[in-house]
Design a protein around this ligand. Structure first.
Ligand code: ACM
Ligand code: ZN
Length: 713
């Protein structure tokens, strides 16, 4: 085959694809000497030389050379030309930024110590090519963030939008308000463990410098006035009600927000932003503004006084006033505010950059009002969405400028990694390979040949492997577990559908987290009822996801037949007639096939133990997930019988779980009669919670009863 075609077909797969790329005959194999041509700051020379040394070996004197050239005729400070011949490499750009990107292309070009001869002219379509990392929900730490910065700069992203504060955690040291990290950086999880963390100001400076060395600007986000529960937990006076609350360990939109009436809220934010501005040189500072419930403001005398004094008609306008004051403070320091598109609801926010995440129509609306925009529609750019629901093809279909009349108002684009379901373990498997599509679109604009891109991505995986970069599936979840009882064996079977080659399951039965040397299984694991299985997928010796736990319990009722007065409602029926006596407890995912559900009805079930047994304790295991309309039953009543016709009351257990509690809660409704009783049949009546109350977002709707197991001891 002609070498030119070999290069084009089998050569390295470059991402993002350079805008003009021609493969030429031959390759560069030498160890070059470095030359600089044109006007360079000494610091930039040192910087580029250090980056180059990580791409290929260099020497002081050589017949081959590599030339960095400042060429003022190349338009745009990120654009570059890269020419490789058998004995010379020339990197040209109008600024060091462009030269840095040319080195990232060179790094991807190099294969087996050879750089194919090429002629490349390349320039970005968008000036702002961002990745948003949410650390409010899960703290990731300096080591991971550095690794992520290495990766995003390899793919020519130039902004790390660092979401540092949210309801579940405050992640940045503020010296004038130490309570923010003493209290707000930590939360108690449902299982009682304390989790969290924060960056000291020294660490922040280190991250900012590390990013700058990689051509990446860190844009911090300090959320306000909503998504701020962690700060409010640190100082209740920040909120209208001044109610003392804990840092939450569940996800959602929370009602306690900064009071927009009291001057003290603004003073607090001035303190915080003052320190933030000293740490981050970024011209743009993100101030959040999304998903702000307005109920507290409506009933707060201070907020209402503020509205009167400022002539504001409604609470949306109060948010506009609030954001406007903060944006004004930033402007006083020559900085520019960015806010999520929600901030447009109360009117125009002059000079703010609007980050669009909602509707396709919003960018044009913002631009018409005179606002510049950053585009990150959740339908394409939210890589925290599992690949099963947002596959690579859908990400690649994103056309940022569709429907936009004035592209000069578009600063650029961002992809997000919201971290409700992301930790350091699975962050990269969620980000990649779909982040490669984002990289290519942000660098080149809309693309139209997905099959060709898919081929390049598949070939690029070898590069990621060699660079030690973890990635996940293009279109499937990394792993999908199903569990089923094996009653005859007194065991359970876990089956895993794996979304990536060379994944291996590692598991434990002793309650510890699986490690790289834990027992391994290919796609299924049988384990005895009574033990807890913990399992995680590993690749290259690294755990790719937090472990999932499957609990079991064994009792006299194990394997017994249950008859239901009314069958559970699909799809919460998978577990079948022995679902309550198969020993398997449900997971935190109530769609796991283990949980059985009844809508608007009592759960009435009769368990046949097969013969008379001595009973000391009976218990039904129930779930509450309030936001999903699943509520604890009001009470669970138990009756016994020896013949299945004549019933004696055994006892009734009232619910003790607060209905307002957020998140996933399980509870055994345990009943211990005063004396042990002999019976063959037990009738269970779990009384439905009934209609959802006025404070619930499903008010008036029917609550569900969920149960996964019935135990007799
Ligand atoms: C957002 O996703 N709430 C900006
Ligand atoms: Zn208030």
């Amino acid at each position: 085959m002609h070498p030119l075609l070999v290069g084009a077909i089998l050569g390295p797969s470059l991402i993002p694809q350079p805008s003009h790329l021609t493969y030429l005959e031959g390759g560069f194999r030498g160890v070059p000497a470095v030359e600089f041509s044109g006007k360079f700051a000494t610091r930039d020379q040192q910087w580029l030389k250090a980056v180059l040394a990580n791409v290929l070996p260099i020497t002081k004197h050589s017949a081959d050379n590599i030339v960095f050239r400042i060429d003022p005729t190349i338009v745009g400070d990120e654009a570059y030309h890269l020419d490789v011949t058998p004995h010379n490499i020339t990197l040209a750009a109008s600024a060091s930024k462009g030269l840095y990107w040319s080195l990232q292309t060179l790094r991807q070009l190099r294969q087996d110590n050879t750089i194919p001869c090429v002629s490349i002219q390349d320039a970005p379509a968008f000036a702002w090519r961002g990745v948003m990392l949410d650390e409010g929900r899960h703290f990731m730490g300096p080591k991971f963030v550095k690794h992520l910065l290495d990766i995003i700069s390899l793919y020519k992203f130039n902004v790390l939008h660092w979401h540092l504060t949210d309801d579940q955690g405050w992640r940045i040291e503020i010296k004038s308000h130490p309570e923010l990290t003493r209290v707000g950086a930590w939360r108690k999880e449902a299982d009682g463990t304390r989790t969290g963390g924060f960056y000291t100001q020294d660490q922040v400076r280190e991250m900012v410098a590390y990013a700058a060395n990689r051509n990446v600007t860190i844009v911090p986000e300090i959320e306000m006035p909503g998504h701020s529960t962690a700060a409010i937990a640190s100082d209740p006076y920040l909120t209208c009600t001044q109610a003392k609350i804990a840092v939450p360990s569940t996800w959602g939109v929370f009602g306690r927000v900064y009071c927009a009436g009291r001057e003290s809220s603004y003073n607090f934010l001035d303190d915080v932003l003052g320190e933030v501005l000293n740490l981050f040189p970024s011209h743009y500072i993100h101030i959040g503004g999304d998903e702000v419930p307005k109920g507290d403001w409506h009933s707060c005398p201070d907020c209402q006084d503020r509205m009167k004094a400022e002539g504001l008609q409604n609470e949306e306008q109060l948010q506009t006033y609030f954001m406007g004051r903060i944006a004004g403070t930033l402007a006083d320091h020559d900085r520019n505010a960015i806010g999520w598109d929600d901030i447009m609801k109360g009117g125009t926010q002059k000079d703010a950059v609007i980050q669009v995440w909602n509707d396709q129509k919003i960018p044009e609306q913002a631009i018409t009002q005179g606002n510049r925009v950053i585009l990150s529609p959740q339908s394409n750019c939210y890589l925290n969405t599992p690949p099963e629901n947002l596959p690579l093809s859908a990400v690649y279909a994103y056309d940022p400028l569709a429907g936009i009349s004035n592209p000069t108002m578009v600063l650029g684009c961002e992809t997000t990694l919201w971290s409700e379901n992301i930790t350091t373990k699975n962050c990269l498997t969620m980000f990649l390979p779909r982040g490669l599509a984002m990289s290519e679109i942000f660098w080149n604009g809309a693309q139209h040949n997905f099959p060709a891109f898919q081929t390049r991505v598949n070939r690029h995986m070898a590069f990621m492997e060699s660079a030690g970069i973890d990635y996940g599936s293009s279109d499937q979840n990394l792993v999908k577990y199903t569990v089923a009882p094996k009653l005859a064996q007194s065991s359970c079977r876990l089956t895993a559908a794996l979304g990536l080659p060379r994944l291996e399951l590692r598991y434990t039965l002793d309650g510890t987290a699986p490690k790289a040397n834990s027992p391994t299984a290919v796609t299924s694991i049988d384990w005895p009822v009574g033990k807890t299985l913990r399992v995680a997928p590993f690749r290259n010796g690294r755990s790719m996801q937090d472990p999932v736990e499957f609990q079991t319990t064994k009792s006299l009722a194990y394997g017994s037949t249950i008859t239901f007065q009314t069958l559970p409602l699909a799809p919460y029926t998978t577990a079948g007639p022995q679902g309550l006596t198969d020993g398997l407890l449900g997971t935190t995912n109530f769609h796991d096939g283990v949980w059985l559900g009844w809508e608007g009805l009592d759960l009435v079930a009769t368990c046949d133990l097969g013969r008379e047994q001595t009973i000391r304790e009976v218990a039904l295991h129930c779930l509450q997930e309030m936001r999903s309309w699943i509520m604890m039953p009001k009470s669970v009543r138990y009756e016994t019988s020896s013949n299945g016709h004549d019933w004696q009351p055994l006892g009734e257990v009232d619910n003790t779980i607060q209905d307002t509690t957020e998140g996933w809660i399980v509870h055994w409704f345990t009943c211990r009669p005063n004396a042990s009783i002999s019976a063959r049949y037990i009738r269970i009546t779990a009384q439905t919670y009934g209609k959802l109350p006025a404070w619930h977002n499903g008010a008036g709707g029917d609550a569900w009863v969920f149960a996964d197991e019935f135990a007799v001891r």
